[in-house]
Design a protein around this ligand. Structure first.
Ligand code: UTP
Length: 283
């Protein structure tokens, strides 16, 4: 599930008409990186929770036969390959409308009837994760298959930034894995139970939907996924997954720019030019 219905106010005015998940890092929108990560993890049903005023994501993933024919006719085979198989034929997509941006928990709840009582994954595309070998979600799915327990992606955040994240405290079990003891939304540094911040990757049990129905608006007047997860912990264990990889907070301009530079440096045709340009910059 890809909740993409947020207002993205930190990227106004760009996000006035397009979701922030459509902003490109080099030449691919953020949402495509997340979709590729889900496909690598073996996911075969993609659910997008979208904003009624922004249809760009649905349009992006629809096949564009006219453009494909045009590129083929022009002999642009490399460009054709980039667009023709973004979503493979065996993978299905569904779109759910979140009519008001009432928070991430509410966005997830909107897809309740499509998911049913199955465990499911949630990816927030504005958390872009560059993993060395195995993508973050595949790491989590592999762990799920090994343990039968859902998980949340976590990483250490600076003490000064605990109030921007869900923060978990963990308990190391005999199996060497870290189980979540407590989760709190956006605590101050003094109240934070640790510095382990939640990033936008979750494998959750279907029971979370019933809990989302009972939680009230929390921090910021939004229905927080964190509050439903906290309630879930009283009956079901969840792991904290400290993923292998680098995360870019592309919901912030700083993180977005860092990701753009790092991903551009990985493109053979851009690297030398970018390095030469960066070398000319004065501090
Ligand atoms: P953010 O907390 O980054 O909020 O959402 P936002 O509205 O997108 O951005 P800012 O803070 O105004 O700049 C985290 C994720 O949850 C989704 C967003 O699309 C993003 O992927 N979300 C958030 C929803 O789908 N619906 C909501 O009501 C809120």
């Amino acid at each position: 599930m890809f909740p993409v219905a947020g207002l993205g106010t930190r990227f106004l005015p760009a996000t006035k008409s397009i979701p922030k998940e459509m902003l490109p890092i080099v030449d691919k929108p953020l949402i495509q990186y997340a979709v590729e990560e889900a496909l690598e993890a073996g996911i075969e049903t993609l659910i997008f929770v979208t904003n009624p005023r922004k249809r760009a994501i649905q349009e992006y993933f629809a096949r564009d036969e006219a453009l494909q024919s045009h590129l083929l006719a022009q002999g642009q085979h490399e460009l054709h390959a980039r667009i023709h198989d973004i979503i493979p034929a065996h993978v299905s997509t569904a779109y759910v409308i979140q009519s008001q941006a009432l928070g991430l928990g509410h966005a997830v709840w909107c897809a309740k009837s499509l998911v049913g009582n199955e465990p499911f994954a949630v990816l927030l595309a504005d958390d872009l994760i560059r993993a060395p070998a195995t993508g973050c979600l595949k790491q989590m799915v592999d762990e799920y298959h090994a343990t039968g327990v859902g998980s949340i992606g976590v990483e250490e955040v600076p003490a000064s930034m605990t109030d921007r994240y869900g923060i978990v405290s963990v308990e190391r079990a005999d199996d060497g894995r870290d189980y979540i003891r407590e989760i709190v939304e956006k605590p101050s540094a003094e109240k934070a139970p640790s510095r382990l911040g939640v990033v936008g990757r979750y494998i959750l049990p279907g029971e979370i939907f019933a809990l989302l129905e009972t939680v009230r608006a929390g921090v910021g007047g939004e229905i927080q996924l964190t509050d439903a997860i906290a309630a879930q912990l009283t009956s079901q264990r969840l792991l904290a997954h400290a993923f292998d990889g680098v995360r870019y907070d592309c919901g912030s301009r700083q993180g977005f720019i860092r990701a753009t530079v790092d991903y551009a440096l990985e493109h053979a045709d851009l690297r030398a030019d970018l390095l030469a340009h960066l070398a000319t910059l004065k501090r």
